[in-house]
Design a protein around this ligand. Structure first.
Ligand code: FES
Length: 576
């Protein structure tokens, strides 16, 4: 029987017998690639977000080597390439400003190169959505491999978690409960190995989303970064992506509406980050799936939080892995009838086939569905005159008695205004007030910073009060907690009603009724609007300008309007 001619993209580079074939092959041979490597075998890109500026991804050279070994073992041709890496802790004004830019880098790097499939190395918060968004727009076979969480933080005999204890310890310092020396000591104790934040923050949430969506190998969410089994998973992904190219199993066959609905339920069951709402909507819209805010509210209803992890609970990702990890959670959801069991995953099996026999080794970490850690959680989507296009709150991180609350607004015009006034003992505020922060949304910050969980005024902390209702157009770190209303849309800088809130206004929050209302008459709001001045963007050139001119609101995934959708795996014309 005649050998079938390969049809994948890379053949249009490496399978040529003309001057272009010479150009495409010869320069690649400069490091010792033999001629037989160009025989039509699948060419696999390893999309690496290694950077010393992204501490959470600092071990990715090693992970890439394991993926490469797997690709070679399966008869593929691996080619590693760097893309813009987004580190949550160093990048200013916020890594989120650059998520869409990095996604463009990923999309164009895949489209412009002789790649048939890609393994996406993801870790720190924004690296996961940016790589998935970019790959989704090209719709090639792809597997995401997360870098894995750090080992648990250990401080003076107790476990401490990334972010979660950063907030609590900085509040302890402000309230005079700990010394500066203790604060410094905790810095070294908290982050003591390779990996990303080891609470159920955004990185762990997105690693869980990768597994729940079926775009990662089973077990992707929780294996610690420095556990040898993380490297085994990377190697298995390298082997598998070669087969996926042969099976033409592209992302659109995995990232279906059912897969997103599964991920929404998993997010509720893990007490996952609110950031997942924006990222999943953005990824879905890149691959033609119509995912809306209401899908989050509807999908998460009736789902309980099963995982007792910080910030909602007490354990960390290392404990989660040893207790059975995400497979144990997915099994519980499946048995409770809350899973689309037939959703396909990258290993060629359905999500149910992958997880139906998953074991749980510690029911204090992963609770059974009939004995949940917290009941009826999910993400609540609020509407009202303050957020006609929606706002969200994470009930599992909120104080139950504040979920129905009416209070006097104390308004901060921007984050600088907040920092200037919050420590002032004369600030007119008490624990019943509602803290309102403006101009921290996608256009306003720009980039929609994680500042929505505003620290409380010291005079209130000193009374032992740890939570108040807070409202903003910002995001909140996945490691943070509190009765915090986020992602108010339209944002203040886009002329949303949030821009018109004044000190002393009354605001009513009713999470059960999904309501957020500014109790000010329409007539008065009209007067205020006439006086409103649109804030000037801080930088009116380059990418910042492109971003501010084109970014969509949080309810639409905060993608750039012209990036929504995809172009598929088209091959551009020759380059010479
Ligand atoms: Fe990178 Fe938290 S800072 S995951």
């Amino acid at each position: 029987m005649a050998k079938k001619t390969p049809t994948q993209r890379s053949v249009q580079w490496f399978g040529r017998e003309d001057i272009y074939g010479f150009i495409y092959r010869s320069w690649v041979k400069n490091r010792g690639v033999p001629q037989d490597q160009f025989d039509g075998r699948p060419v696999i890109g390893i999309c690496n977000t290694y950077s010393e500026l992204t501490p959470c991804n600092s071990h990715f050279r090693t992970i890439a080597e394991h993926v490469k070994a797997g690709v070679l073992e399966a008869g593929g041709f691996p080619l590693e390439f760097p893309v813009m890496s987004l580190g949550e802790t160093l990048l200013r004004p916020t890594a989120m400003l650059y998520r869409n830019l990095a996604s463009m880098d990923v999309e164009e790097s895949i489209r412009g190169n002789p790649l048939d499939g890609v393994v996406l190395l993801v870790g720190c918060d924004k690296t996961t959505p940016s790589l998935l968004m970019g790959a989704a727009s090209v719709d090639v076979p792809a597997i995401a491999v997360s870098g894995g969480p750090m080992l648990s933080g250990k401080y003076r005999g107790t476990d401490i978690g990334s972010g979660t204890n950063t907030w609590s310890m900085s509040e302890d310092l402000r309230a005079g409960r700990i010394t500066l020396e203790e604060f410094h000591e905790a810095e070294s104790c908290m982050h003591r190995s390779h990996g990303h934040c080891m609470t159920m923050g955004t990185a762990s949430t997105m690693a869980s989303m990768v597994e729940a969506l079926g775009v990662g190998m089973p077990g992707n969410a929780a294996i610690p970064a420095v556990d040898a089994r993380r490297n085994v998973l990377a190697r298995a992904a390298g082997r598998r992506i070669v087969q996926m190219v042969k099976e033409k199993l592209s992302l659109s066959k995995i990232l279906t509406k059912k897969a997103f609905e599964n991920a929404i339920r998993v997010n509720a069951a893990i007490g996952g980050s609110t950031n997942a709402v924006i990222h999943l909507i953005a990824i879905a819209r890149r691959i033609g799936v119509d995912l809306k805010l209401e899908d989050w509210d509807r999908g998460g209803r009736g789902v309980h939080t099963l995982v007792n992890l910080m910030p909602s609970g007490k354990y960390l990702m290392e404990d989660f892995y040893y207790a059975g990890g995400l497979p144990a959670v997915i099994r519980e959801l499946g048995e409770a009838g809350l899973l689309h069991k037939d959703a396909l995953t990258v290993n060629g099996q359905t999500i149910w086939a992958n997880n139906k026999d998953a074991a749980c080794w510690n029911r204090d970490v992963v609770h059974a569905f009939n004995k949940p850690f917290k009941k009826n959680t999910g993400i609540a989507v609020l509407r009202g005159n303050l957020c006609p296009d929606g706002a969200i709150i994470k009930p599992s991180a909120a104080t139950p008695k504040l979920m129905k609350h009416r209070g006097r607004a104390v308004v901060f015009e921007n984050i600088e205004d907040f920092h200037k006034r919050i420590d002032d003992p004369k600030l007119d505020i008490d624990e019943h007030c509602v803290m309102v922060l403006k101009n921290c949304g996608p256009k306003g910050y720009p980039g929609m910073a994680e500042v929505g969980n505003m620290p409380l005024p010291p005079k209130i902390l000193k009374k032992g009060i740890t939570d108040m209702v807070r409202i903003s157009d910002a995001r909140m770190s996945g490691t943070a907690y509190g009765t915090v209303v986020l992602h108010v849309a339209p944002e203040a800088a886009a002329g949303g009603v949030l821009a018109l809130v004044e000190n002393g206004d009354t605001i009513e929050l009713d999470v059960a009724k999904r309501k957020l209302q500014l109790l000010v008459s329409d007539r008065e709001l009209k007067k205020r609007r006439a006086r409103w001045n649109k804030p000037k963007p801080p930088l009116a050139r380059g990418y910042w300008k492109l971003y501010v001119d084109h970014v969509l609101q949080a309810s639409e995934g905060a993608d750039l309007d012209f990036l929504v959708g995809g172009s598929g795996p088209m091959v551009p014309r020759d380059n010479h």
